[in-house]
Design a protein around this ligand. Structure first.
Ligand code: SF4
Length: 243
């Protein structure tokens, strides 16, 4: 598991909570090196820490090494958290809402940095978010989940512009649109009811209690599997052709 963890790293939603507040940034980045026994000397590890901080543009590096996490802005903390993952040369980074707690003006910078790092280090991201706009900007493929199961998957253009599953359609229609200088906040959404308990998943199609297209078959037959609805585009709805 230790070898696996080195290849699969995680960027958390709240970078502040993911760092020991008593550690300086130097120590925050050195800790994974110690855990994975990388670097034979303190100097060698310090060089790796310097490279990782430079890669995420926390420069001049010497200004940041000795700071505690509370002495950094939200954007700087997320950069430091990203550096901590990069220092292990991972293949896959799981990024859980990495910009949702960051000031709006800094979000684009962090996402641009993550894209640049992806090119530089050949990374794959699994980007978890509720924000369709950043998902569209950031990803090559989007998988929409409902109650723990993928109900639609495809390219951002397919999923956002031509959603097939009724749940994805409801998500897309929930996005506010500016109309003649006003924001259309209150809309009639194509969805009903409340989210059921994840501990008591509805029989048949798990979305049927909320689906405006549901028929008796949807609750009585087995749960629909993902099926191809276009090139590289799949959805789990038995009525997608009619919808
Ligand atoms: S299978 Fe039925 S209930 Fe499920 S999403 Fe499709 S139409 Fe709605």
């Amino acid at each position: 598991m230790i070898a696996y963890r080195r290849k699969v790293q995680m960027i958390f939603q709240d970078p502040y909570a993911s760092m020991n507040p008593r550690f300086k940034i130097r120590d925050v980045l050195e800790e994974p090196l110690l855990v994975h026994r990388i670097g034979e000397s303190r100097q060698e590890r310090e060089d790796l820490v310097t490279q990782a901080l430079a890669a995420v543009k926390l420069t001049p590096v010497s200004d940041f090494m000795g700071r505690f996490p509370h002495m950094l802005s939200g954007g700087q903390r997320q950069r430091a958290a990203t550096a901590r993952t990069l220092i292990l040369s991972p293949d896959l980074l799981v990024a859980d809402e990495p910009v949702s707690m960051i000031d709006l003006s800094t979000r684009a910078e962090i996402l641009a940095m993550m894209k640049e790092l992806q090119r530089q280090f050949g990374l794959t991201y699994l980007y978890i978010t509720h924000d369709l706009s950043t998902a569209r900007y950031f990803t090559d493929r989007i998988a929409v989940m409902y109650l723990g199961r993928i109900v639609e998957i495809g390219s951002p253009d397919d999923v956002v512009d031509h959603p097939v599953h009724p749940y994805t359609q409801a998500l897309i229609s929930a996005v506010c649109e500016p109309v003649s200088g006003q924001v259309d906040i209150i809309k009639e959404l194509p969805i009903k009811g409340e989210i059921p308990s994840a501990a008591d998943i509805p029989a048949g199609c798990r979305f049927h209690p909320r689906c405006v297209f549901a028929t008796r078959e949807c609750s009585e037959l087995a749960e629909p599997e993902l099926e191809t609805v276009g090139e590289g585009h799949q959805a789990a709805c038995r009525r997608w052709r009619e919808i």
